[in-house]
Design a protein around this ligand. Structure first.
Ligand SMILES: [Zn+2]
Length: 272
């Protein structure tokens, strides 16, 4: 496999992870507000199962309409139970009834209500409840969103692509001091990316000024447990003072990463 293929694959993996994180975050942001769930429960307590709360907030109204339709069916015998799920194709309500005890009209009406909920959900913005929504893909998942909220997600998707382009561009910039397969796209968290980039650019500047291309190689540039580790090898053409200077840049970068790591740990500890 060529280096380009390897990088392409790593980019794909990174993009997939980025999309998955974005999808989770958006799902969380769009989840039903507790107030709305309690309102539905107060109005349609009998059939408003807890799984309603897992649906997006924008679907509150259409779920309310579905529950009202089920209420209107009359007494479905005490055994009926509904579960709700946000499926890839929309909101689905599953009924677990003892059908034999139902009137065929009730069965038919329930089926219609289920179908209407599914169709309505596909056209209703999950964030704001506006109609005329369209499916929006985020990695392997997706949402049904209005024009405004589609644009909002698109900005975030574009930012991910830009970040990946930026990563590839930086890798290209310092390719003189990295063996072709090392680190590929240098995936790291924010503070290590910043520290690592500065260190590699500083080393590259020294290499460029002193004409040492090919004699200085960063053989290891990794992040492990939130900490940056670097290893730079200098050939015999590099004089001791320059070697010392480069070693100092590496040492300082690792120290900075260590400090940032401690700080981030302390911050999340404080939050808890
Ligand atoms: Zn919307």
């Amino acid at each position: 496999m060529s280096i380009e293929d390897l990088r392409g694959r790593q980019r794909q993996t990174l993009e997939k992870a980025g999309h998955s994180t974005l999808w989770l975050k958006l799902t969380e942001e769009m989840s039903m507000q507790q107030d709305h769930f309690h309102q539905l429960q107060a109005l349609h307590g009998k059939y408003c199962h807890g799984s309603v709360a897992t649906l997006p907030d924008g679907w509150t109204e259409i779920v309310g309409q579905f529950l009202a339709a089920v209420d209107d069916l009359g007494d479905l015998a005490d055994a009926v139970s509904l579960r709700f799920e946000r499926c890839p194709d929309g909101a689905r309500a599953f009924a677990f009834p003892e059908m034999s005890r139902w009137h065929p009209h009730q069965m038919h009406s329930l089926r219609i209500a289920q179908r209407e909920l599914l169709h309505a959900s596909r056209e209703t913005c999950e964030r704001c409840g506006t109609g005329n929504s369209i499916p929006v893909t985020v990695g392997e998942h997706g949402f049904f969103l209005c024009e405004e909220h589609t644009a909002e997600v698109q900005v975030k998707l574009d930012a991910l692509t830009e970040a990946m382009d930026d990563r590839a561009q930086f890798r290209e910039q310092v390719s003189d001091i990295l063996p072709p397969t090392t680190a590929l796209l240098l995936p790291m968290n924010d503070y290590n990316t910043r520290i690592m980039r500065k260190a590699l650019m500083d080393i590259k500047a020294i290499v460029d000024t002193q004409g040492l291309t090919g004699h200085v190689m960063a053989t290891k540039v990794i992040e492990s447990d939130g900490q940056l580790f670097m290893n730079v090898r200098c050939g015999p053409q590099v004089d001791p003072a320059t070697q010392f200077e480069i070693a100092d840049i590496v040492k300082h970068a690792e120290w900075e990463s260590d400090q940032a790591h401690l700080k981030s740990g302390k911050k999340s500890g404080d939050d808890a």
